[in-house]
Write a protein that binds this ligand. Structure first.
Ligand SMILES: NC(=O)c1ccc[n+]([C@@H]2O[C@H](COP(=O)([O-])OP(=O)(O)OC[C@H]3O[C@@H](n4cnc5c(N)ncnc54)[C@H](OP(=O)(O)O)[C@@H]3O)[C@@H](O)[C@H]2O)c1
Length: 321
């Protein structure tokens, strides 16, 4: 495993971060524990979660992924081995302050996350997406309070535009408030414009740690979705999730990945993640795995080093979204 400093923090994170969105959704507790065991045994020291994971799954009220991580940390005595990133913003209880980035929501949500995770400090606390209804200053005063109390070490954001991230940096500098140190964008070979158009340059200039989510586009970039079939027991089965990629642009990218993968005796998934890791602005890619077998494959992406020509070939392909 390789490690990088996360932006301007003192956190040294593995280049692959374990995403936990599937815990309690498409991954059982037993598989989730096995995945966390394998990840840490093989050098991953960075987990990403969110308070809401995964409320959209039937019977899952949210908070389940954090709870399982907390139980796992306790049972393995592993707190010192893992940097924990979680998120706040989604609806967690009824009422006007049940969601958002108001002070009332953030302070209670952070306490709840700490309790579920069974930790004293959240290493990286991220705004899951912006909240247009709360003044920015109120949000950052709440984060400042949590940092002062030792409940949070650093703050970051996800799903922000360049204008939103810049506005928050400007405010925090002007008011001497803690700034976002990381960005978690949706970024992969079939979804490029959102990050590459403006955010990439902003993050480079500001030395923001970048931790993209869905590096495999939820499984499309493993190559298991073909022109003819959506595999059963996959995230895309029986839903529209993969529709934006199931077209000529998406399959052209898979064809190019297959050719490059062959050269490296690698898999398509490893090659897709290797492309992301070859971007100098990317600190760590947040991968998802339902089972240990999936992680056994994707974790080897760190050993695949694309040549400049291979990277340029993939860069040159138009992305469907
Ligand atoms: N900030 C945000 O708004 C946001 C949004 C989404 C995700 N995230 C974070 O990013 C993490 C990763 O997101 P993601 O799950 O979309 O990432 P991903 O790595 O793009 O997709 C993971 C999915 O691909 C399939 N897969 C993975 N490895 C495979 C392999 N070797 N062979 C075949 N299939 C394989 C599995 O789905 P199937 O088995 O179902 O095919 C797996 O659940 C999440 O857990 C979460 O922490 C954040």
């Amino acid at each position: 495993m390789e490690y990088r400093t996360l932006g301007q923090t003192d956190l040294h994170v593995s280049r692959l971060c374990l995403g936990t969105m599937t815990m309690g959704w498409t991954s059982s507790k037993e598989d989730s524990f096995a995945v966390m065991d394998y990840a840490v045994e093989h050098g991953i020291n960075f987990f990403d979660t969110a308070d809401i994971y995964s409320y959209w799954a039937e019977g899952n009220p949210g908070g389940v992924a954090e709870t399982w991580i907390g139980e796992w940390l306790q049972s393995r005595q592993a707190r010192g081995k893992v940097i924990i990133a979680t998120k706040v913003r989604g609806r967690m209880w009824e009422g006007p302050d049940g969601e958002g980035l108001s002070r009332r929501h953030i302070i209670r949500a952070a306490e709840d996350s700490l309790r579920r995770l069974q930790v004293e400090t959240i290493d990286l606390y991220q705004s899951h997406w912006p909240d247009e209804n709360t003044p920015l200053e109120e949000t950052f005063r709440a984060f400042e309070e949590l940092i002062r109390q030792g409940k949070v070490r650093y703050i970051g954001c996800s799903n922000h535009t360049a204008a939103q991230l810049q506005a928050s940096l400007d405010l925090c500098r002007a008011e001497n408030l803690p700034c976002y140190k990381t960005l978690q964008p949706h970024y992969n070979l079939v979804h490029r414009a959102e990050y590459e158009s403006e955010l990439m340059e902003l993050c480079r200039r500001e030395n923001i740690g970048v931790i993209p989510y869905s590096p495999l586009a939820g499984g499309f970039l493993t190559g298991k979705y073909t022109r003819k079939k959506i595999p059963r027991h996959s995230r895309g089965y029986g839903s529209d999730r993969m529709r934006p990629y199931m077209n000529e642009l998406g399959f052209a990218i898979l064809d190019a990945l297959r050719a490059i993968a062959r050269q490296h005796k690698a898999t398509v998934a490893q090659t897709a993640i290797a492309w992301l890791l070859a971007n100098p602005t990317v600190t760590s890619a947040i991968i998802g795995a339902n089972t240990v077998d999936q992680l056994v494959d994707t974790i080897k992406a760190v050993d695949v080093h694309l040549t400049p020509e291979e990277k340029a070939r993939l860069d040159s392909l138009p992305s469907p979204t």
